[in-house]
Ligand binder design. Structure first.
Ligand code: MEV
Length: 320
């Protein structure tokens, strides 16, 4: 029996970092996916192989002892949680993804969601989307330390969501066909965990200043919500620029990110900002679709990886 599951990557349009301390954020799912394929095996292990990173993790059934690659070790947590709900089975599991890794596009959460869905189904568990998202969140804690939960939520449900303190609601976007999202990667991989902890340290050092910046970020989200629902794209772009300024203030921008942000704006983007944890990773630019190839072209002169992406509305997909 073979089970496959896939989950989309994401961009955070508004509110990254601020969301970790309970402020609202807005995320969109992208039409980039990680696919997890589970097949039976006649060994006594769960063997996980990632084609993207050429890495392998083996988990012994019974003892749950792991050997192999550090960068897949968070999947052990998922297996551990599932072992308390059903009898584990040996398996050979392959991971294939077209979501760039450590680029702020939520690849680790998408992997955690797709892995949880595929392997739980393989061992005969019928989990709800909510349960899958919650188990994936346990793995995210291992990768990111103090995640807000936004990445696993958007990877599970797809579309556009407003997220706040563990609760989320779907956003109905208007006039989506007239705009494109352009993502450009600095090529600098960084740890979300380190970025999040650094921002929290800064907050603890200057709470009376940082709290005002967090309040401003919240107001941006409130205005953005109305603009997204009305399809007021120039306003959305302007608010993205304001949000970027706040992210620079809390120390997660770099020269490379600023260069990409300003390149996109100069080439005609309605707005451009860091997306995700920053300190490397990617920027996102919003543009009228008619201008997207010009903006992508300008960004390609500075970035090796530029993607013009669409929005995914399916979220987690399971096939057997
Ligand atoms: C990472 O995609 C977004 C952050 O806000 C961390 C989190 O929300 O878990 C930086």
């Amino acid at each position: 029996m073979v089970i496959e599951a896939s989950a989309p990557g994401k961009v955070i349009l508004f509110g990254e970092h601020f969301v970790v301390k309970g402020k609202p954020a807005i995320a969109l799912a992208l039409d980039l996916r990680v696919n997890v394929r589970v097949d039976s095996s006649n060994t006594n292990t769960i063997t996980i192989y990632s084609h993207n990173t050429n890495s392998k993790l083996e988990i012994e059934l019974g003892s749950l002892k792991t050997s192999g690659s550090e960068n897949l070790v968070q999947l052990h947590k998922i297996v551990e949680v599932l072992s308390s709900k059903a009898k584990l089975k040996p398996a050979y599991i392959e991971i294939n993804s077209n979501i760039p890794i450590a680029a702020g596009l939520g690849s680790s959460a998408s992997l955690a969601v797709a892995f949880t869905a595929a392997y739980s189904k393989f061992i005969g568990l019928e989990l709800t989307r909510e349960e899958i998202s919650r188990i994936a969140f346990e793995a995210e804690k291992i990768v990111h330390g103090k995640p807000s939960g936004i990445d696993n939520t958007i990877a599970t449900y797809g579309g556009a969501i407003l997220y706040k303190a563990g609760e989320f609601s779907r956003i109905k976007l208007s006039d989506i066909q007239s705009v494109s999202l352009i993502i450009a990667d600095t090529g600098i991989t960084r740890s979300t965990r380190k970025a999040v902890l650094r921002v929290l340290e800064l907050y603890n050092k200057y709470p009376e200043i940082l709290s005002l910046i967090y309040d401003a970020a919240e107001r941006i989200v409130v205005r953005a919500l109305g603009a997204l629902e009305n399809g007021s794209w120039p306003i959305v772009g302007e608010l993205m620029n304001l949000n970027h300024g706040l992210l620079s203030t809390i120390g997660v921008s770099t020269l490379e990110l600023e260069e990409l942000v300003f390149t996109a704006r100069r080439a005609g983007a309605l707005g451009a900002k860091i997306t995700g944890a920053g300190m490397g990773g990617s920027i996102i630019a919003l543009a009228y679709s008619a201008n997207s190839s010009r903006i992508a072209g300008a960004l390609r002169e500075k970035s090796k990886r530029v993607i013009v992406a669409g929005i995914d509305s399916r979220g987690l997909v399971i096939r057997s």
